[in-house]
Design a protein around this ligand. Structure first.
Ligand SMILES: Cc1cc2nc3c(=O)[nH]c(=O)nc-3n(C[C@H](O)[C@H](O)[C@H](O)COP(=O)(O)O)c2cc1C
Length: 232
């Protein structure tokens, strides 16, 4: 019996939707218990300040392209939806036999909310709580060519500091990403294209690949748990 923790940060909901598919994939493996928790927002700091900055909302150009004003409403609506999720706590990581991390791509890497969160749980690294446990990563990005693969690859580094075993998304199981169609998906982990203005919804293919990451991490976590029981 393995416990799988899906821990996510999502400002506009793409990653939350992917997280739900990851959970379903993990639950498909017999004897798997799944918990889905969120990484907390910076409530009173930089990010909300930028979203609410009237200069950005009123400007043409970049603000018009990225629809900053509309995004603020979407952000608030999404925060309401996420009230049903428990905030991640240290105990969740002790409970977990495998952890799947989801967050959007910000400047080709993980959002500062996620990096800050990892720093706050740094004791787990020193204590080896996550050592030998499988991990997967999924992300979202505004467009195809602006960093989703880099976000996953750079995020592998801190997870290796925690001693986690990284699980990717193999070619043979994921024919969907071998395509010239504008969809997410990489050998390093599932991704979803949000669109430059964030209006694109996760496609069936993207959700399917997210489910497979959940299933694979749960499968490996169960195998490791069984082996540990045999050896004990
Ligand atoms: C501060 C910031 C930086 C971003 N950097 C990138 C980026 O480097 N590449 C990209 O494709 N999208 C970038 N985006 C767009 C986000 O990736 C997009 O909003 C996100 O994938 C949507 O996921 P969510 O709905 O789960 O929040 C950025 C957005 C913000 C707010």
């Amino acid at each position: 019996m393995a416990n799988i923790l899906v821990v996510f940060y999502s400002a506009f909901g793409h990653i939350r939707q992917m997280a739900q598919s990851v959970c379903e994939g993990a639950k498909a493996i017999e004897k798997t218990d799944v918990r889905c928790v969120k990484i907390p927002e910076f409530t009173d700091r930089l990010i909300p300040a930028i979203r609410e900055n009237p200069l950005m909302i009123d400007k043409k150009g970049i603000s018009a392209t990225f629809q900053i004003g509309k995004r603020k409403e979407n952000y608030e609506r999404e925060s309401e939806k996420q009230k049903i999720f428990k905030t991640a706590e240290i105990e969740d990581f002790h409970w977990a036999d495998g952890v799947i991390w989801g967050f959007p791509t910000y400047f080709g890497s993980m959002p500062s909310q996620v990096k800050y969160f990892l720093e706050t749980i740094g004791d787990l690294c020193v204590e080896g709580v996550l050592e030998g446990k499988p991990a997967g990563i999924f992300t979202s990005a505004g467009s195809i060519h602006s960093g989703h693969e880099a976000a996953i690859l750079t995020s592998i580094v801190p997870l290796l500091h925690f001693g986690m075993i990284i699980i990717g998304l193999p070619y043979t199981q994921n024919p969907e990403y071998l395509t010239d169609a504008p969809i997410g998906g990489t050998p390093y982990g599932p991704t979803v294209l949000a669109g430059p203005d964030g209006s694109r919804k996760p496609s069936d293919e993207e959700l399917k690949m997210a489910g497979r990451l959940g299933r694979n991490v749960a499968y490996i976590a169960n195998a490791l748990c069984m082996q540990r029981e045999r050896n004990s």
